[in-house]
Design a protein around this ligand. Structure first.
Ligand SMILES: [Zn+2]
Ligand SMILES: [Zn+2]
Ligand SMILES: [Zn+2]
Length: 280
């Protein structure tokens, strides 16, 4: 058994290593050191961790550590997307009908991180979790504002291939932010269940997240509308004999999903944001 002062020395040493990594701008390294130190019981894993770290690292470095934890990527996917498991990435089924889950894109939001592209909250030490959540929320709100301001890509002066790619990219960008918001809602709600003092905080997170998500949801439907228009005009300019029934089926699918409440049943659904139940 380590003596009390021995443990203090271990904590100081771990904090020093974390601090050194942060000073060199190595956020990922600092996170790795933190998680290793926790695993080896060199730092308290209970609610004291945040206070201890802040006391040892100082306000600015502990903020940096939170930022590094917040940006930790999901180890399973790339930027929140993975190959669609429903169609094996083909975008359609063996009968050539479009995949209703990925809407023919062939990619879908990652099941592991809920499309957020970030490490799940379970990876974050519990006493730092709400700080990381707050940081991720702020980032998500910034990104949401940018996405709401950005013009929807149009066909003007571009090839169909590029417009298609840009519109799909925009949809999955919006979906990623929705994933971050949804994870924040779930995690804040869960934390407030065991810690009553977090109830107000959680209520605010849920309120803000849903309000922004509602706007993003509307934006997503506008982008889908644009995609339908682009695909329709592509069909219109193609010789009618060359237009294949699956292409038309996909356009119908995109058109119908645009009107579906909460994007239920497809990759863009985020049931925990409960957008279907908010009055528009
Ligand atoms: Zn399917
Ligand atoms: Zn699919
Ligand atoms: Zn992921």
């Amino acid at each position: 058994m380590e003596s009390e002062s021995g443990w203090e020395a271990q904590q100081a040493a771990a904090a020093k290593r974390i601090s050194a990594a942060l000073q060199k701008g190595r956020g990922t390294g600092a996170v790795r050191i933190l998680l290793q130190a926790l695993e080896r019981n060199e730092l308290p894993s209970n609610g004291e961790l945040w206070d201890r770290l802040r006391a040892r690292l100082g306000a600015s470095a502990s903020k940096k550590l939170i930022a590094a934890l917040a940006s930790m990527p999901c180890f399973y996917c790339k930027s929140g997307v993975q190959r669609c498991e429903h169609c094996d990435g083909d975008g359609c089924h063996s009968d050539a009908s479009p995949c209703g889950y990925c809407l023919g894109f062939g990619i879908a939001s990652c099941d592991f991180c809920n499309g957020s592209g970030r490490a799940t909250y379970t990876v974050v030490p519990s006493s730092l979790r709400m700080h990381v959540l707050e940081h991720r929320m702020q980032q998500a709100l910034k990104e949401a504002n940018q996405l709401l301001k950005a013009a929807i890509p149009t066909a003007a002066g571009r090839t169909i291939k590029i417009v298609r790619r840009d519109l799909a990219g925009r949809l999955f960008q919006i979906d990623r932010v929705m994933g971050v918001l949804e994870n924040a809602v779930t995690s804040a709600r869960e934390a407030s269940r065991s810690r009553k003092e977090l109830r107000k905080f959680a209520a605010r997170v849920i309120r803000v997240a849903r309000r922004v998500a509602l706007k993003l949801d509307a934006r997503m439907r506008q982008v889908l509308k644009q995609l339908v228009q682009v695909e329709r005009s592509a069909v219109a300019t193609t010789k009618s004999t060359a237009v294949k029934p699956p292409v038309l089926a996909r356009i119908d699918l995109l058109h119908s999903i645009r009107k579906r409440r909460g994007f239920h049943g497809c990759t863009f659904q985020h049931p925990f944001l409960k957008l279907g139940s908010i009055r528009r």
